[in-house]
Design a protein around this ligand. Structure first.
Ligand code: MLT
Length: 256
């Protein structure tokens, strides 16, 4: 699996992983703004963006393996890994596989718990509907939950995210839904994450409530919790400046 990716800048490698069912395009502000000091690498995860979308279940460890293979090809041994939502699940799976490759770990609108049984069933139902009706179904189901309620439905950010979801092939959506449903609970691993860790959450996130972000941060010994105001599940697009500022402050604390 050769992932499509973009990169900008030179310096400590910073890998930004997008969530479901989106693409590296969500990090466009952060890639540009952080590249003055960092080598920012933004892959499209398997099944998303310009990367290949095979049929099958995308285990989070498999998605993490794809990212490590990309870094190997770029001759990057260690990096700061920050993942948005499903990208956060991939980040935690990557830590489980190879903690020695981490300079820092960040979870943006993400958390460490596995799905509840209801959540898992919901994912299988959605996978079935996407198989029958395509990506439009995922866009219709997800868009109302992704943003802070005050964001108007005709905001350009909403349209960008709609286009990203519509571009995601059904195989990518279904593979990710099955993979997320199958993921392990990473809660017990959190106390062992001994690198600088960031948990960043939007104060209006309707998908991953702030309480989960707080609990995740509290369980990691070297964590910082940042709440971005007036943001939902997509703080990097809803509040790009505040999000970049928080990432910059966090990244300034790591030593390579
Ligand atoms: C995401 O944004 O990546 C997903 O909504 C996460 C999830 O469904 O758990």
């Amino acid at each position: 699996m050769k992932l499509h990716y973009a990169e900008a800048g030179i310096g400590i490698p910073v890998v930004l992983l997008h969530g479901f069912p989106l693409s590296s395009a969500i990090w466009r502000h952060q890639k540009r703004q952080l590249s003055d000091l960092y080598r920012v690498i933004t892959p499209d995860l398997r099944g998303h963006g310009e990367s290949p979308a095979p049929e099958g279940t995308y285990e989070m460890s498999e998605l993490a393996g794809d990212v490590f293979a990309l870094l190997d090809a770029l001759h990057i041994e260690k990096a700061a890994f920050l993942g948005h939502s499903m990208g956060g699940y991939v980040t935690l799976a990557a830590w489980k596989l190879a903690p020695q490759r981490f300079l820092a770990l960040g979870l943006v609108a993400s958390h460490a718990a596995a799905d509840t049984e209801d959540g898992r069933q919901g994912r299988y139902q959605m996978a079935g509907k996407v198989a029958a009706q395509g990506s439009q179904l995922a866009a219709d189901a997800m868009l109302p939950k992704l943003f802070a309620p005050r964001l108007s439905a005709d905001d350009p950010v909403v349209d960008l995210v709609r286009q990203l979801i519509l571009k995601t092939p059904s195989a990518g959506i279904i593979g990710s839904l099955r993979g997320m449903a199958a993921r392990d609970d990473a809660g017990e691993m959190l106390p062992q994450i001994n690198v600088p860790a960031l948990v960043l959450a939007g104060d209006c996130d309707q998908i991953i409530p702030i309480a989960k972000a707080e609990a995740t941060a509290a369980a990691m010994p070297r964590s910082t919790l940042t709440i971005v105001e007036n943001a939902g599940h997509m703080p990097m697009l809803e509040q790009p400046e505040a999000t970049t500022k928080a990432l910059r402050e966090f990244l300034s604390t790591i030593d390579d």
